[in-house]
Design a protein around this ligand. Structure first.
Ligand SMILES: [Zn+2]
Ligand SMILES: [Zn+2]
Length: 405
């Protein structure tokens, strides 16, 4: 659907946009669902309340609902017509261990837990699209609505895949989106190829010999060795990786068993590394191992080095990225879509699904003002409710365009 005369910012033209979008009749319900999820956040795989609410809502549309896939994950199946074509839409449902600072009527009721990444909104938008599509059935084929647990600790997508997601529900392709604060409300960004980075956790354990702080020659201090390692790690991104490839190495924790007058015989350095290509990730791991090995050996310290890539890069397929951009441009205008955005250094476990199926991950602007412009994962961030109609209209049009005759 073209929105004629729709050129200026969505904020200004929101009323016009509402009139032209496809899911505006479901806005009130989406708002209620979103605020209910927001008020009752749950973490990781422990989504019993959220997931049973989602399942009940989906059942109320008459969808075939499969629960318990990847522990608390859900797949709802909506078929129409006789085409073999199929598409998957994925939403994440988990919250974060953050204490909410917002003062809103739907503020978190669960102390120390908060929907600080907007997954409450993602879930509500997928539900809105599911309701619209089950009412209108203006498509020919099968839509799989995937509601996944544990995106934040990046284990949920893989858990659903291990539980037979793509064998039981053999979809041709799969899509997901994420809101992004700091990006103008309702603008879309995606790209072919890598869009988000891999995340690897590293841990370096150093074992020397503890001793008296005034008798350093009788011990093997692991702090002086550890700090040399930490400094040397900074040279990986600046000197080992081709500047055209991106990477980040961040040491986030340095612990030791030392005390005021006790030299530490045991230290642990840990942190996380991001890369936008498998090659950059391999260079980071190999360089890190060389630095630890060389420095530890030079000082007579034993070590263990552990590097675990727990999330892969999210790699969009060319066709699906172009198609998603086209759908967004047709709905909201060319000027609202960047089909070749810069890749981002954060990680997203939808990556695991794109390792198996072609598909696309899309970013949608959450706005730049107030709580909508605050960083994801912060205690004063909030999902922008104006996105509910925008995101669910996008899902609905994506399905209708893809599964047409
Ligand atoms: Zn998050
Ligand atoms: Zn998120």
């Amino acid at each position: 659907m073209k929105l004629k005369g729709f050129t200026a910012g969505l904020e200004k033209n929101y009323k016009l946009f509402q009139m032209n979008s496809v899911t505006q009749n479901y806005e009130k319900e989406m708002l209620e669902w979103r605020h209910d999820f927001h008020a009752h956040p749950e973490l990781n795989f422990d989504l019993d309340i959220t997931s049973s609410k989602v399942a009940d809502i989906l059942k109320s549309f008459g969808l075939e609902v499969h629960e318990g896939i990847g522990k608390t994950g859900i797949v709802a199946v909506l078929k129409n017509g006789n085409s073999n074509k199929s598409i998957g839409i994925r939403a994440d449902m988990d919250a974060l261990p953050v204490t909410e600072e917002n003062d809103c009527t739907y503020k978190s009721n669960h102390e120390g837990k908060m929907h600080a990444c907007g997954h409450d909104g993602h879930t509500a938008m997928a539900l809105g699209a599911a309701k619209y599509l089950s009412n209108t059935k203006n498509f020919n084929g099968t839509v799989y609505f995937i509601f996944q647990p544990d995106e934040e600790k990046t284990q949920g997508a893989q858990a659903m895949i291990d539980d037979g997601l793509f064998e039981t529900f053999p979809m041709d392709e799969v899509y997901a989106f994420h809101n992004l604060p700091g990006m103008e409300l309702g603008t879309f960004a995606t790209r072919a190829g890598t869009i988000t980075a891999s995340e690897s956790l590293f841990k370096i354990e150093l074992r020397g010999q503890g001793g008296h702080s005034a008798l350093p020659h009788m011990g093997v201090d692991t702090i002086t060795v550890g700090t040399q390692i930490i400094t040397a790690l900074q040279s990986i991104v600046s000197r080992k990786i081709n500047p055209a490839m991106n990477g980040v190495v961040s040491v986030t924790k340095f612990e030791s068993d030392g005390n005021e007058n006790i030299l530490p015989g045991h230290s642990i350095i840990s942190g996380d590394a991001r890369a936008l290509s498998p090659e950059a990730n391999q260079i980071i791991e190999r360089s890190m191992k060389d630095i630890v090995d060389g420095t530890a050996k030079a000082h007579g310290v034993d070590y263990d080095f552990n590097y675990l890539t727990r999330t892969n890069m999210t790699i969009n397929s060319r066709d699906q990225a172009a198609f998603a951009s086209k759908v967004a441009a047709d709905l909201f205008g060319e000027d609202k879509v960047d089909g070749n955005c810069d890749p981002k250094l954060f990680s997203e476990d939808f990556a695991q699904m794109l390792m198996v199926k072609p598909g696309c991950y899309i970013l949608i602007g959450n706005g730049t003002e107030g709580t909508h412009g605050q960083s994801l994962h912060s205690s004063n961030y909030d999902f922008n409710d104006k996105l509910l109609v925008i995101g669910s209209s996008f899902w609905s049009k994506l399905v209708e365009e893809r599964l047409n005759d």
